[in-house]
Ligand binder design. Structure first.
Ligand code: NAD
Length: 295
């Protein structure tokens, strides 16, 4: 891929990912619904802010999306009754790489729609959160035609390490399954610490014990002390987005006819958290559900 890269979705993840691309020497064309974010990321990266999705792909062989979910990605790519999408500006032969966490079967359908226009699609969702988006050390799980994945690999590697998951949609499937494991591990860690505190073991002490023992996981290492015990809850990953990922995993299991009781319990727990907590709650606030009521 040569020339500028189009990037749509300049939020918690998209903004630092653009900075990695700029550090890698890539020129950027930038769009977000939020004009302040367009200007801020343009300033940080030297990229060009553009005013519409149809205009964004001009001169771009590759456009990356980093948006909340499948419905938003579909609207941005295909357009809506009110406004044209990326497809109005993409040239045949271009490739769209969706790095959002989306629903795999919807991704396959979107890839079919793009193929009608001679445009390729790769799904390449990421794991590692805002800290690893900043450092360019994301895990990137790619799905799609191997030639298209090979074509975009050098660009994606500016943001992290690329792991090939399989055909189109496989990246999104792998991402939802990863977040199921991550969400269940986080909820278990929070419940364990809250029980420990109630018993009289200080939260940090219990965290240290978990981290020296077999209960250690990414949440015990990188979330309990950093965001939860101090009530900071500032990880930059919304609870609503995690709940979406669990629903994606559960829909996939249902589609495949599998019985997955741990996943179903997780879906219910995170849906309950979503209903009880403010709409903009961070995912680390799942800890609040099991907190001792008297502090
Ligand atoms: P975010 O809400 O911070 O950013 C989304 C951005 O998309 C916002 O800037 C918003 O203005 C913009 N947007 C929404 N609708 C739009 C539209 N129609 N056109 C143009 N722009 C639009 O979300 P995020 O945390 O950056 O997450 C993005 C994706 O990455 C999600 O799918 C999420 O599940 C996934 N993800 C997030 C994290 C994390 O730690 N935050 C980690 C891994 C994956």
């Amino acid at each position: 891929v040569t020339g500028p890269i189009g990037f749509v979705g300049l939020g918690n993840m998209g903004a630092p990912m653009c900075e990695c691309l700029a550090r890698g020497g890539h020129a950027l064309r930038l769009f977000d619904l939020d004009g302040d974010k367009r200007r801020a990321v343009a300033e940080a990266t030297g990229g060009t802010p553009v005013d519409s999705l149809a205009e964004l792909p001009r001169g771009c062989q590759l456009v990356i999306t980093m948006l909340p979910d499948s419905p938003v990605v579909e609207a941005a790519v295909l357009g809506t009754a009110d406004s044209p999408g990326l497809v109005a500006g993409l040239e045949p032969g271009a490739v769209v790489v969706d790095m959002s966490s989306c629903a795999p079967l919807r991704t396959v359908a979107l890839g079919d729609r793009l193929a009608e226009h001679g445009i390729a699609m790769v799904d390449a969702p990421v794991s590692g959160g805002v800290p690893r988006a900043r450092s360019g050390k994301l895990a990137i799980m790619a799905g799609g035609d191997p030639d298209q994945v090979a074509r975009v690999r050098p660009v994606l590697q500016a943001m992290g390490t690329l792991l090939e998951a399989g055909p189109l949609g496989a990246g999104h499937a792998a991402k939802a399954l990863n977040n199921f494991v991550s969400a269940a591990g986080l909820a278990a860690a929070c419940e364990a610490v809250n029980i420990a505190r109630r018993f009289g073991i200080e939260g940090q002490r219990m965290t240290d014990i978990l981290n020296a023992s077999t209960g250690r996981n990414n949440s015990t290492e990188n979330k309990l002390a950093q965001y939860i015990l101090n009530h900071d809850y500032g990880s930059g990953f919304a609870l609503s987005l995690m709940a979406k990922d669990l629903t994606t995993a559960s829909d996939l299991a249902a589609e495949l006819g599998l019985d997955t009781p741990t996943l179903e319990t997780s879906v219910k727990l995170w849906a309950q958290a979503r209903a009880q907590l403010p709409a903009d709650a961070d995912h680390t606030e799942i800890a609040r559900l099991s907190e001792p009521k008297d502090g």
